[in-house]
Ligand binder design. Structure first.
Ligand SMILES: *Cc1c(COP(=O)(O)O)cnc(C)c1O
Length: 227
């Protein structure tokens, strides 16, 4: 990356933080009541450094393997990094994911819940767990179906998995607000505290529906497909 591009990341990060604070203020929420998860997927360690230098410490990655190659070196250089897994997790990668991530936002099926509980029973410390909900009931999309959520949360209780939050990715062609509203209702109904929702295009909307975590990638790092 050129020096110019590094400055661009720093500048974009500041702009996103300002916009987030303003959106929170507009709905009467405290400026620090939503956490910015900077989504660094598809960008290499060098591209992520300026965000770390600017004080950002919470990052989202969507692939276990990519995170495993990128983050150990960055973590050695910057203290207190918190990593969130925001992409689908295959059961056979769960052990690596548990070691690498501080939060897994994409717990979305019974098999994975069993695998995580097994790892815990064998001594692993589990990251914070969020259940991903398929709020649009899209066939191809990850996430537990809305109507299956109550039973799935019951299973998590039986397995003694502590679910701290819900996460959703609204269908690309829908207005996101009804999906955010649905996720907020589901969290309230089940007494779940955290809500991970809102991306570059709509994180300001999501805070109006109680988002505690917004996952913002391209608005900070630029277009990942031309980087
Ligand atoms: C890539 C990704 C994001 C960030 O998307 P942007 O539109 O670049 O902000 C957020 N959440 C998930 C689950 C993602 O995969």
């Amino acid at each position: 990356m050129t020096a110019e591009a590094l400055n661009a990341v720093e500048h974009a990060l500041a702009t996103v933080r300002q916009k987030l604070e303003k959106a929170l203020k507009q709905v009467g929420r405290a400026a620090d009541s939503a956490t910015l998860v900077a989504v660094s997927k598809n960008f290499d360690a060098e591209a992520v450094r300026p965000a770390l230098r600017a004080g950002q410490r919470i990052f989202g990655e969507n692939r276990v393997q990519e995170a495993a190659t990128k983050w150990p070196v960055l973590r050695a250089a910057f203290p207190n990094v918190e990593l969130h897994l925001i992409g689908p997790l295959q059961s056979n990668k769960a052990e690596d994911a548990v070691k690498l991530f501080d939060a897994i936002e994409t717990l979305d099926r019974p098999k994975l819940a069993h695998v995580l509980a097994d790892l815990r029973d064998k001594g692993a410390a589990l990251p914070q767990l969020y259940v991903q909900v398929n709020t649009g009931d899209e066939e191809q999309k990850a996430g537990i179906a809305v109507k299956e959520l109550p039973d799935f949360l019951k299973l998590c209780v039986e397995l003694k998995l502590d679910i701290v939050g819900l996460m959703c990715i609204p269908p690309v062609d829908d207005h996101p607000a009804p999906h955010f509203a649905l996720l907020e209702r589901l969290a309230q109904r089940h007494g779940i505290e955290k809500l991970s929702m809102g991306m570059s295009a709509d994180y300001d909307v999501a805070v109006g529906y109680g988002a505690t975590h917004v996952r913002v990638g391209s608005a900070i790092f630029g277009n990942r497909y031309t980087a």
